[in-house]
Design a protein around this ligand. Sequence first.
Ligand code: HBI
Length: 96
Amino acid sequence: MPIAELNQADRESLLADHPEWALREDGKAITRTLTFADFNEAFGFMTRVALYADKADHHPEWFNVYNRVEMTLTTHDAGGLSARDAAMARFIAGIV
Ligand code: HBI
């Protein structure tokens, strides 16, 4: 199902609200690396995000090694950032 890509102003306000995230060079995604105490904490975080992702039908791109989780948020159906990425960034801000 297609969804609108955020415009420049919306992208800027997403980054202003969530300064822990960086805009990818092509402007189509935001990235963030989270570091936890250990694997248990990292995987617990990933589990909470996974449950959100399943409910929201919106899935992060991510990579985990031990206590580190590298995340990229983008909306494939929009060809870039959308309100779904902003909502996921907001959810993550609420659980870390
Ligand atoms: N997750 N990040 C991301 N972007 C999408 O466009 C997307 C998704 N999860 C499921 C989904 N789209 C579905 O609407 C189908 O396209 C699989």
